[in-house]
Write a protein that binds this ligand. Structure first.
Ligand code: G3I
Length: 383
């Protein structure tokens, strides 16, 4: 029994080392691709350059950090992050459920640690996320007797939350995902409790909850950048049009919006270059910055292409053949292709953030997904 578990832990250590080596290789592949594509950087030496240096004249490069990374329990992830990233997003610890679990209780410690870690390591901290239908406690929408709140009561609760969270990190968090995933894939507004209660079923109030969230966030930190963030903006023209509509609505009300986050949870054959290019162009034409906020690529992608954790997770995306050379080659080529589009749009794109740091801690499954590649750079055929 003891032997088995020692043996297992030995195996786990080997796996961690392998994963990290693979992660480093893929980072090198991305570097190589971009170097060839945009003619930056010097000759490729034996010491792998940091991604943040490669792209220093283009956009910030970052990752989503979990609690273990920022608390020092995952030194491998921290090492990769410190070397390669100059911006950071908390994967979960600023979401309503985690930071404000009970009406009168805020859990600041993990989020404080995240912000401290980012600033200490010269990374620009980004706040994720203030208003979302996911990871929000039930009590948010109910009164003490369990009855649904009225529009005014929910607006007051939203204001209190945003004022407390944004206010606490005023001057330290550079920008906030103010509203996350408000859209259906056809570009209409998702039928969330935010919409139902604050919109009260009246078409003229449909966008009210989004507008109020941006208004409250701006009041709490007038210097913070404010973003709308969603998935499938890169693959669905209708959904991208929906995001354009949100930006235009906010601007028509005189509200601040600085950027739109294209999450970009991709697969080996999506998004295609044209579609991604079209989305970045359409969003940038509204006058805001575009950010790639949650980049990863799943190698097993059948059916649903979105990022709803209720429909996909580690199990459904895990791919036991992911290590196959052909798959790894396609993975590396896909990253190279995506980065070629980002570089083309460097004037419009302010940040590229991977959703995770390495595969073992990614929300999508097993091997490989966000940052793993086994391909040797000299076998990479450039797109
Ligand atoms: O905190 C609990 C812990 O107490 C419990 O022991 C454990 C057991 O499963 O669960 C922990 O909560 C998990 C949480 O992550 C924190 O680790 C949830 O089960 C799990 O569902 C949750 O998943 C997160 C997911 O958002 C929730 O919607 C993923 O880590 C996170 O990567 C993912 O991120 C989202 C973005 O915020 C928005 N865009 C899509 C993206 C992927 O779904």
């Amino acid at each position: 029994m003891l032997f088995t578990s020692v043996n297992r832990s030995f195996q786990v250590n080997i796996n961690i080392k392998e994963t990290i080596m693979k992660t480093k290789k893929l980072l090198h592949v991305i570097f190589l691709s971009s170097t060839v594509l945009c003619f930056v950087g010097n000759a490729v030496g034996s010491e792998k350059p940091a991604l943040k240096d490669v792209y220093k004249d283009h956009f910030l490069i970052g990752g989503a950090f979990n609690r273990r990374l920022v608390s020092g329990k995952d030194p491998n992830a921290a090492e990769i992050a410190i070397k390669h990233f100059n911006t950071a997003t908390p994967e979960n610890d600023m979401k309503w459920l985690l930071i404000h679990p009970k009406p009168d209780q805020y859990n600041w410690e993990p989020a404080d640690r995240f912000v401290d870690f980012a600033l200490k390591n010269n990374m620009v901290p980004i706040g994720h996320c203030l208003v979302w239908h996911g990871q929000v406690p039930r009590w948010t929408f109910r009164d003490d007797s369990g009855n649904p709140l009225t529009r005014n009561e929910l607006l007051a609760r939203m204001k209190d939350h945003i004022t407390s969270v944004v206010g606490r990190y005023k001057g330290r968090v550079k920008g906030w995902d103010v509203v996350n995933e408000a859209l259906n894939d056809d570009g209409t507004l998702r039928n969330s409790q935010w919409l139902r209660i604050i919109g009260e079923g009246k078409p003229e109030q449909e966008y009210d909850y989004i507008a109020k969230a941006f208004e409250y966030a701006h009041q709490a930190d007038p210097n913070a950048e404010l973003y709308y963030n969603d998935y499938s903006l890169d693959t669905s023209k209708e959904k991208c049009d929906g995001a354009v509509k949100i930006v235009k609505y906010l601007k028509s009300k005189g509200l601040r919006i600085d950027g739109v986050g294209i999450q970009l949870h991709g697969g080996l054959d999506y998004p295609d270059k044209e579609s991604l290019d079209g989305s970045i162009t359409a969003l940038a034409e509204t006058g805001v910055k575009v950010m790639i906020t949650e980049l990863d690529i799943r190698t097993r992608a059948r059916g649903y292409r979105g990022a709803d954790i209720g429909r996909i997770n580690r199990q459904s995306t895990s791919d036991s053949n992911a290590d196959a050379e052909q798959t790894q080659q396609r993975l590396a080529q896909k990253y190279a292709e995506l980065f070629s589009v980002f570089v083309k749009h460097k004037k419009d794109i302010s940040r590229v953030t991977f959703w995770g740091v390495y595969d073992r801690t990614s929300w999508i499954g097993a091997l490989p997904c966000c940052l793993t590649g086994t391909i040797s750079p000299n076998r990479l055929s450039m797109p």
